[in-house]
Design a binder for this molecule. Structure first.
Ligand SMILES: [Zn+2]
Length: 430
């Protein structure tokens, strides 16, 4: 691999992604600002002008923050790679750690330091998002104390789980021969499956309280819905989402008979029993269509291809040199290969992200259609309008921006697909 070609391709990909992101954000801002003055005709009788304008202001404020964050992120990426940041860090960490504690410790400390610096650089943006942006629009419910507690818990959890996992991958890279990437992929896949099993019962409760759903009427109602749909749940839970954010949600987790349905308390406060049922029917639609399994299989195939590519790149001196690092002559280069790969890949992957967004939107339409067949479409429309309004999602996004980024179709498209467009919906809702 020719390092000069790689340097140029990488710089071009970073720059092109950034320019496309700017362009799309500008389009979205112009579109949303242009429609801020009036609620779209189809929603005029069901959405208040005040809510419409709040959504526009929130969308614009978020985009402004995103643009600054993206520009900063790209600068950091170039600083780590082409400007020699990682090479510098690598020299110092290696000199300090390797002679005393050996090659594995050096690689773990290198990756740990890199992640710590990255997290510190991101922190001002995170703080701004939570305590300025979300606060200003009334979404943030998190206190600084809870924020710090969350951060410490995540850090400890990351260290406790991440360090042995990373050590395993680094060891496989060293010891498992030229097919190490296949072994590493297998190990990570096994870990991911395990994580999915233990997450709902062991990890999530570290951050939130889960209480059995106490409302008997609602329990009977959702049980009968699940029976109609051919599902069984091992329990219905209410999560104290309101501790952190006013955004509402519901989800369905677990495998086999261990499935649990989790409602955010914010969702139950905001929606009527009919509407909760319609939202759950939508979630069940994702299961009925096997969206979760399909997405997992796709991700596993992608990560296998990624590991295979890394298996090859790690042996190419040009890969290191092209991304600003001189490979170690005596120490292992595996940690460097991992870091460079994780930095370089997103720059190139950005251009295929619309494919994933479009698949996700298709899934949402399918889940909506399923919900319509098992519950009342008018209830789902009402619930969607409330949730989109509570999340201050704009009703008037730029169509191209939607194609690139939206994992969920805009409210207008979903309501139209549910067969209750415009004035018709207003009639049904009145
Ligand atoms: Zn969905």
């Amino acid at each position: 691999m020719n390092p000069v070609v790689l340097s140029l391709a990488f710089a071009a990909a970073v720059l092109a992604s950034l320019l496309v992101k700017f362009w799309l954000a500008t389009r979205q801002m112009r579109h949303v600002a242009g429609h801020r003055g009036a609620v779209p005709a189809a929603f005029a009788s069901i959405v208040a002008l005040e809510a419409h304008q709040k959504a526009a202001d929130y969308t614009l404020a978020k985009l402004r923050t995103d643009i600054v964050g993206e520009a900063f992120g790209s600068a950091v990426l170039i600083a780590w790679t082409l400007l020699g940041g990682l090479a510098w860090l690598n020299t110092h960490v290696r000199e300090l750690v390797e002679p005393r504690w050996g090659g594995m410790a050096y690689q773990l400390v290198l990756i740990g330091t890199f992640m710590l610096v990255g997290a510190l650089l991101e922190l001002p943006f995170e703080l701004h998002r939570t305590f300025r942006l979300e606060q200003r629009f009334g979404f943030n419910k998190m206190t600084p104390a809870l924020y710090v507690a969350d951060m410490l818990k995540s850090l400890l959890l990351g260290l406790a789980i991440g360090t042995p996992l990373l050590a395993l991958v680094l060891w496989l890279m060293q010891a498992a021969g030229s097919l190490w990437w296949l072994w590493a992929w297998g190990a990570l896949t096994a870990f991911q499956l395990l994580a999915m099993v233990i997450y709902p019962t062991l990890i999530a409760p570290l951050f939130n309280k889960f209480e059995p759903l106490a409302d008997e009427t609602l329990v009977r109602r959702v049980e009968s819905l699940m029976q109609r749909c051919g599902f069984r749940a091992s329990g219905f839970f209410v999560m104290d989402g309101s501790r952190r954010s006013a955004h509402a949600n519901a989800y369905f987790t677990g495998f086999g008979s261990g499935k649990r349905v989790v409602f955010f308390d914010t969702l139950l406060q905001r929606l009527s029993g009919d509407e909760v049922e319609a939202v759950l029917a939508h979630e069940l639609g994702h299961f009925a269509h096997r969206h979760i399994v399909k997405r997992m299989v796709m991700m596993l195939a992608f990560s296998l291809a990624g590991f295979a590519l890394l298996g090859w790149l790690a042996t190419q001196p040009g890969f290191y040199l092209g991304l600003g690092v001189i490979p170690n002559a005596l120490a292992s280069n595996n940690a460097l290969a991992l870091l460079l790969f994780l930095m370089a890949i997103p720059a190139f992957m950005f251009f295929i992200s619309p494919v994933f967004a479009s698949l996700s939107r298709r899934d949402e339409f399918q889940a909506d259609a399923y919900a319509r067949s098992k519950a009342d479409a008018a209830d789902l429309v009402r619930a969607l309008l409330k949730l989109y309004e509570d999340n201050a999602s704009t009703l008037t996004p730029d169509p191209l921006y939607v194609r690139f980024y939206y994992s969920h179709p805009p409210a207008s498209a979903r309501i139209e697909a549910l067969g209750l467009p415009g004035a018709h919906a207003a009639g049904a809702l009145a």
